[in-house]
Design a protein. Structure first.
Length: 387
């Protein structure tokens, strides 16, 4: 594709009303300079960052990525970009904001065992889109692969601006070889998911008529037999149904993208179709207490230990005291199940907690529940079986 073709595409992007934040790592950063070289970039580009090192990427995402170059990491980068766009342009229509994330593994000065590949993700208020391309290994120099990565990013950005990219994509694909092809995926949000992301509502209940009496918060990535046993024991102990609660927001990470929301809801339904599910925007327990007053929160010993950790309140004792008071004022309590902590199975009575928090807690003994499995172990086992 000629430079004039790219200039025309970028000019059309700049003529659009969308504004974007871009985060690029591993390859594809040439797209940033291309966007800035065409007049009108200030209308489109709010910010562009290149979190190239592992530490920089972790800082952008809020935690270390499971894998630096993957579609999920690109999606998380895109969501972080979209959140940043809202912060930089708070008065703009959020439906006109675009978050871009791109991660690539390209030709280097040392041999690579894995595939040469590019993953681009685009996040808007209503969609999450991904564009992935596996490149023929050792067939191009670095500049050629970098050019393709940048072009793929620009195509994804143009598509998010609702531009017709069919002709441009066709020309782009003529530079691909053999089995190389763009694999694209799109997850459209339900209206309720968009409202959650925009802060226009605080929860979605499945079924819609459900009223939560006890809440089991978690990432459920994936759900496993331990979760089901906890829900059953808690329901019997509390004398009321337990609801799984999945928060799309997290204190340390970007919100879940729409692929993640869809996947985790489906996993929960397939795993335990009888238990109600709550989708919320409440990342902290004071926020959950405000959302579900009078509820008992079903948690593990690891969670209750984190609630007592000063670092979650920026080291301020007053932050912890205020949080616990909010939970108590909401009429909420904790039912605490044992979990592995530093290689040892611990129940509530094994943990040293401030009295104000301990007063809100009830213990499930190891005799009543012991399950050492964790979601991270299930994910690791699944990854090994698929590799």
């Amino acid at each position: 594709m000629t430079e004039s073709s790219w200039t025309e595409l970028i000019t059309a992007i700049h003529a659009n009303e969308h504004q974007a934040v871009l985060a690029v790592t591993g390859g594809g950063s040439r797209a940033i300079s291309q966007l800035l070289q065409v007049p009108g970039a200030s209308r489109t580009v709010l910010e562009a960052v290149v979190p190239y090192s592992a530490a920089a990427l972790a800082d952008w995402l809020g935690s270390a990525a499971d894998q630096a170059c993957s579609a999920p990491t690109a999606r998380a980068m895109a969501m972080a970009s979209w959140i940043r766009a809202r912060a930089l342009s708070p008065k703009s229509d959020p439906h006109q904001l675009v978050g871009v994330g791109a991660t690539a593994s390209l030709v280097s000065d040392r041999p690579k065992r894995g595939e040469h590949r590019v993953h681009v993700a685009i996040q808007t208020a209503t969609t999450t889109a991904t564009y992935s391309l596996v490149l023929a290994k050792d067939d191009r120099v670095r500049l050629a692969e970098e050019t393709l990565a940048a072009q793929l990013l620009l195509l994804g950005l143009a598509k998010s601006c609702q531009l017709d990219v069919a002709d441009t994509r066709s020309i782009f694909e003529k530079d691909l070889q053999g089995n190389e092809q763009i694999k694209s995926s799109l997850q459209q949000a339900n209206a309720e998911w968009t409202e959650l992301l925009l802060g226009e509502r605080s929860q979605v209940c499945y079924p819609a008529s459900h009223h939560a009496q006890s809440v089991f918060p978690g990432a459920f990535n994936p759900p496993h037999v331990g979760h089901k046993r906890i829900a059953a024991i808690a329901a019997e102990r509390l004398g009321c149904p337990v609801s799984y609660e999945l928060s799309i927001t997290n204190v340390d990470k970007p919100p879940l993208d729409f692929f993640e929301i869809d996947t985790r809801l489906k996993q929960l339904r397939d795993f335990d179709g009888q238990t109600p599910i709550l989708l919320s925007d409440a990342p902290t327990f004071p926020a959950k207490a405000a959302l579900f007053p009078g509820c008992t929160f079903v948690v593990g010993a690891d969670t209750i230990a984190r609630i007592a950790n000063p670092k979650y309140y920026r080291g301020e004792a007053t932050g912890f005291a205020a949080a616990i008071q909010q939970i108590a004022d909401g009429g909420c309590r904790f039912l605490v199940f044992g979990r592995q902590l530093q290689g040892k199975f611990c129940v509530l009575s094994d943990i040293e907690l401030p009295q104000a928090l301990l007063d809100l807690c009830d213990e499930v003994s190891a005799a009543d529940f012991r399950e050492d499995i964790s979601s991270s172990e299930v994910r690791s086992a699944t990854s090994l079986s698929e590799s």
